[in-house]
Design a binder for this molecule. Structure first.
Ligand code: GUN
Ligand code: ZN
Length: 431
């Protein structure tokens, strides 16, 4: 028996970059569309009637007017911070010391790490997120926990051991050598297994000595196909601290660059307060900047310059930054990206927001040939949204003329109630 299946509904795919083209010309929308899935891959997309006629024996799930798109890709998260999300009243360094580090300490326990990893992936799958790039803690068991949980769910994820050898409490510090050794053995254990990818993960310059940054740079040079994830220029106090810790550095980015940690496969979270030199270098190497809008407002970090950085040609992904971010939902994250851009004088089009949460983040993770779009040959990671999921959204949608008018209330007001189904590699996820 063929394992193929057809999903029917409104389908939305991207044929181009809605920041480079008029947004509506970069999209392909079918009011009655179909997605044919076989062996975990999207085999074809097209019109529902035609696809049904061409594949009469195939199992069909008809989602009616619901919207079928690629699953969301969250390009920067800290799964170990799941339980302390929405902790009140601190700015970055104080927030790390008060809430984050004590919670991360608890992931030394493999049973707790496994519980949080499973809880995190189920919470995010229920919100339509099929791929994440996650920090772990300094504990290798925290890396095993998230990869085991992703393997059990068939997910494509990126994760890595967070490395810190200073300015963190006892029990949450490694050394340059142990960080190198542990990262290397985790990389060898997990990278490329199934759909899993390892990311070399120095947390940020304040918590790594120059020796540790060099060790991470050396490991990256040995494994240049791996992603490297870190934080860059999130808060002004943090930048002043980095200046004091690295007096010889030209700027924050230089603390990475000088240690072999600037490259095309680099993911730089936040990137809010950049100098022109930093922007030029990041653009030259085509590194990815990861916009974390709910975190940037929640921790009071600043307003990411989406329009300006897009205009300069930067590669940009979108992320929740759970648990500095205040939500697990990429809908809420798109809403916050819209609001921050409004405060900077730009109204981001709904097509651009949806693209950032799917294709854009996949591109930031260098996975745009595998995930992030509804296209033949892509992996069948798919989310189905009800565009009238609450009375408040439904009453607003009755006025919509275009799909974009119908979709925008869900972007701004939607939550997990809007997610009808999430497919991972063609398999319907059930928590
Ligand atoms: N900078 C260094 N670590 C973190 C973290 O865990 N969250 C955020 N938002 N910023 C950081
Ligand atoms: Zn972060």
């Amino acid at each position: 028996m063929d394992n193929a299946q057809l999903l029917l509904g409104q389908t939305l795919a991207f044929s181009g970059d809605p920041f480079a083209l008029p947004p509506e010309e970069a999209c392909r929308l079918e009011r009655r569309g179909a997605v044919l899935i076989r062996d975990g891959l999207i085999v074809a997309t097209g019109l529902a009637d035609k696809m049904r006629a061409a594949h009469p024996a195939v199992r069909v799930t008809d989602y009616g007017e619901a919207l079928i798109t690629a699953g969301f890709v969250d390009a920067h998260v800290h799964y170990p911070q799941t339980a302390m999300i929405a902790s009140w009243g601190k700015r970055l360094i104080d927030w790390l010391n008060t809430y984050t580090f004590p919670e991360e300490m608890r992931l030394a326990d493999p049973a707790y790490a496994a519980e949080i990893a499973g809880r995190y992936l189920d919470l995010t799958l229920a919100r339509g997120t099929t791929t994440v790039a996650s920090y772990c803690t300094i504990h290798p068991v925290s890396v095993d926990a998230i990869f085991e949980a992703a393997l059990a769910r068939g997910q494509r994820i990126v994760a890595g051991k967070t490395c810190m050898d200073r300015n963190a409490p006892e029990g949450l510090r490694d050394t340059p050598q142990s960080a190198y050794d542990d990262s290397k053995s985790l990389l060898e254990k997990w990278h490329g297994r199934g759909r899993l990818s390892y990311a070399i993960t120095p947390r940020f310059s304040p918590t790594s000595s120059p020796e540790q940054l060099s060790a991470m740079g050396a490991l990256w040079a040995e494994h240049p196909d791996c992603l490297m994830q870190t934080h860059l220029s999130e808060q002004t106090d943090e930048i002043a601290w980095v200046r004091a810790l690295f007096p010889a550095a030209r700027d924050y980015l230089d603390t990475y660059e000088a240690h072999g940690l600037l490259g095309a496969n680099g993911l730089y979270g936040h990137a809010i307060h950049l100098t022109d030199r930093e922007k030029d270098r990041l653009r030259e190497v085509d590194a990815s900047l990861i916009h974390c809008p709910t975190s940037n407002t929640f921790i009071g970090s600043g307003l990411f310059d989406l329009a300006g950085l897009v205009a300069r040609g930067h590669r940009i992904g979108l992320a929740t930054d759970t648990g500095g971010g205040s939500s697990f939902s990429m809908l809420r994250t798109m809403a916050a990206a819209y609001e921050i851009a409004q405060l900077r004088g730009t109204a981001v089009h709904p097509a651009q927001l949806w693209w950032l949460a799917t294709c854009g983040s996949a591109r930031a993770l260098r996975m745009e040939d595998k995930i992030g779009n509804l296209k033949a040959g892509m992996e069948a990671d798919i989310v189905v949204h009800d565009l009238a999921s609450t009375p408040a959204i439904a009453q607003s949608v009755t006025r919509a003329g275009t799909l974009w008018e119908a979709l925008f209330p869900t972007i701004m007001m939607g939550d997990d109630r809007a997610v009808v189904a999430t497919y991972v590699g063609g398999v319907l996820h059930r928590a």
